[in-house]
Design a binder for this molecule. Structure first.
Ligand SMILES: Nc1ncnc2c1ncn2[C@@H]1O[C@H](COP(=O)(O)OP(=O)(O)OP(=O)(O)O)[C@@H](O)[C@H]1O
Ligand SMILES: [Mg+2]
Length: 400
């Protein structure tokens, strides 16, 4: 006869497991100190901060590894004296280094145990700097958009007048040549203004079911002249049985065109331009700086923890990208070209983010460059991102 299984009282969570899960998942480092001030529990984020394993840290007196620069000042002793404290301190790492941290302490129970959380200050400051930079760029973008808008009308006036002048002169008249120069320069300014407006006021994607390979075909048709003039070899490879995705075909075509024109411009001496469309499956990146508990466990249900993309690869055999340029190429207005606006990749990145996707670059100087466009497979992603895009401006200066 089978025994009836003992029923757990409903609504009573297993506290130890709950604490363990919270510690494992926390992005901040966490130490639990016993009433003697020795480390009793260490979470993975703290292991990374100390550069040491939990096994080595357990039992160590916390005051030996969490200190301040002021002689006689003891963060740990103070943590046992007050219910809650917050201050800066320095961690002594396993390799003899020091990591500045923000320490928060919570005194728990009687006799008192102490929970200490540790936030890497260098990382926090870097994030604050990045945030300030984003804010500056957003303001700059708005300002530029205002100016661009004002420039459009007079520019149209100059263009139309030059057109009229051009018609009044004989083609051999040198004044016709001057009028032609005005028209070409007006067209260039107009392209810059259009890019500026696209960057500063991106339009919300209108998602519909569409094949990425069709966007590739469109791009090849649009860039056909440039490909031929540069005498490039063209190759395409589209994996079989790829499904349609939820994308805004015009915006995605624009991204691919930006990237393709960059690739063509990188091959002034000729070369091969190759497009690949494939499905890729990749382990989901860890959340924050750490791995999640479930990534380590073997009992994850199949299919979870993996992300599937459709990936478009635009590959050139051109000049490649020096390290210094790689770090800045997604920054708005960054260009190494005399006639570039430096907005092509910034706009492309914003569009990819609004699709819930990403754009990354792999390059070897003198050998060539591969630009990877990753599109999430889930329809839901696209729809959600579309919703998000209305409420928040996407950040446009993220690097890879
Ligand atoms: N495939 C590539 N090969 C080599 N360098 C590249 C490649 N793609 C981009 N770059 C580098 O990145 C820079 C920024 O590219 P981005 O498309 O944003 O601007 P741009 O091409 O300079 O100007 P615009 O796109 O407005 O014409 C380029 O100036 C170039 O130095
Ligand atoms: Mg470009």
């Amino acid at each position: 006869m089978t025994q009836p299984r003992p029923q757990r009282a409903s609504g009573a969570p297993p506290t130890d497991a709950l604490v363990q899960a919270l510690m494992d998942d926390a992005e901040a480092g966490a130490l639990l100190l016993d009433p003697q001030g020795a480390i009793a529990m260490v979470n993975p984020a703290a292991e990374r901060l100390f550069g040491s394993s939990a096994a080595r840290l357990r039992g160590v007196a916390a005051s030996e590894v969490v200190r301040t620069v002021v002689a006689g000042d003891d963060v740990v002793r103070e943590a046992f004296r007050t219910a809650h404290a917050e201050r800066e301190a320095v961690l002594q790492t396993a390799r003899g280094g020091e990591v500045p941290v923000q320490v928060r302490s919570y005194r728990l129970g009687k006799p008192p145990w102490v929970l200490i959380t540790l936030h890497d200050l260098t990382q926090m400051r870097r994030m604050q700097q990045e945030l300030r930079r984003h804010e500056r760029l957003a303001t700059l973008g708005q300002l530029a958009a205002g100016v661009a808008h004002e420039i459009r009308n007079p520019l149209a006036g100059i263009g139309t007048s030059a057109q009229v002048l051009l018609k009044r002169f004989e083609p051999r008249d040198e004044r016709a040549r001057f009028a032609q120069v005005i028209l070409e320069e007006v067209a260039r300014l107009d392209r810059i203004v259009t890019s500026l407006l696209q960057y500063a006021r991106p339009r919300t994607p209108e998602l519909r079911s569409f094949m990425l390979s069709e966007c590739v075909d469109k791009v090849i048709a649009l860039a056909a002249d440039k490909i031929q003039n540069a005498q490039l070899r063209l190759e395409t490879h589209v994996a079989p049985r790829l499904a349609a995705l939820y994308i805004d075909p015009d915006l995605v075509t624009q991204v691919m065109l930006n990237v393709t024109i960059n690739a063509i411009q990188a091959m002034p001496e000729g070369g091969t331009l190759r497009f690949e469309v494939a499905k890729v499956r990749r382990k989901a990146p860890p959340r924050g700086p750490g791995r999640r508990a479930e990534d380590r466990g073997g009992n994850r249900p199949p299919g979870q923890g993996w992300i599937e993309y459709q990936q478009v690869r635009v590959i050139d055999t051109g000049v490649g990208i020096p390290r210094g340029v790689l770090a800045k190429m997604f920054d708005p207005f960054f260009t190494t070209k005399s006639t570039g606006t430096g907005l092509g990749l910034s706009i492309s990145q914003t569009i990819m983010q609004e699709h819930g996707g990403s754009i990354t670059v792999d390059s070897r100087e003198g050998r060539g460059t591969t630009v990877l466009l990753n599109f999430p497979l889930e329809k839901r992603n696209g729809e959600r991102r579309q919703h998000d895009a209305r409420s928040e401006r996407p950040d446009s200066a993220h690097r890879r």
